[in-house]
Design a binder for this molecule. Sequence first.
Ligand code: ADP
Length: 349
Amino acid sequence: MNRVNPTQVAILTSFVMAVIISCLECLLIYISGTTLPFYYHLIVFFMVFLVSAVTFRVLYGKYIFSNLFQIYKHILILKHPNEPVRAYEEKERDITSEINRILEDWSNESREEIDQLKQVEIYRREFLSNVSHELKTPIFSVQGYVHTLIDGGIDDQEVNMLYLNKASKSIDRLISMVDDLESISKLEAGELMVEMRTFDLTDLIRDVVESLELQAKEKKSAVVMNVDMEKPQYVYGDRDLIRQVVVNLLVNSIKYGKEGGKTEIRYADGGDKVIVDIEDNGIGIAKHHLPRLFERFYRVDKSRSREQGGTGLGLAIVKHIIEAHHQYISVNSELGKGTTFSFSVKKSK
Ligand code: ADP
């Protein structure tokens, strides 16, 4: 709808007023029996119209402006409570357009804020229900073993050590879950400080491979570094966080690898980045799972993940770390054939 301004209102009111006054004037002159030339009536009409148009325009302007200024002031006080409201000159700009603009901006901002708050609320609810669900399993199993031991199992030489070992494994799982939860909440809240520095990526990966030797041996699998071990590969990033990325990906390749399987680590040149490929010939992942793989608590095979002591948070942590470095990670997989994770790290200058 077109907005009407004070000038238009003043013209319309003055026109109506001039018509009424001219009619009254004609009536009075007719009753008094006098006859006057037609231009006399026209002059009266235009005089009344002109004087009232100017008067109405000034009065309307002042009235509307003072009322709108109050609204404008209150909106600004609500929007910026700590800023003084500057005086608004009537002739400066059209105050109605200004109010419209402020309200439009404000409603857009509020809509965005409400959407964000809704997202945070959904995320919070989901997160809480996932966490409690994930924690329940190991807690209940510890409770079960401990109760069985209290109820006499402790004296049964056949099962006491077995149950204690199982309870201890569940406690280990609880600890790794709490550690992962701590990392992910710090990463998601943006609280984790990324301490960028130059380090040798080859040295870091060699170190991780050595630390996982025992785990790989248990699975009779091999982790092979297909890179020039003599040549350092200097990169720029947070060494501890990148170490966590390599650990999570290599542990997964062993966990979800076949008995006697193989994991290969390679570098590719990506200009100012190094692309690290971690390829296994394990169970692989069906294509439809890939888009959701980096989500918190997303697992392809829940029971296999739990059996392997997985928390469902490893890849979500990896993705957050890579994003905190402004780099990328991708996955390629074929069911039954194997999986390749590729991530980039900035080269050191
Ligand atoms: P989890 O603690 O369950 O291992 P992750 O976030 O590390 O959680 O991985 C999510 C899921 O992705 C795993 O449950 C597993 O199903 C699948 N996955 C991850 N890495 C591999 C891999 N190398 N090969 C096959 N499946 C994998």
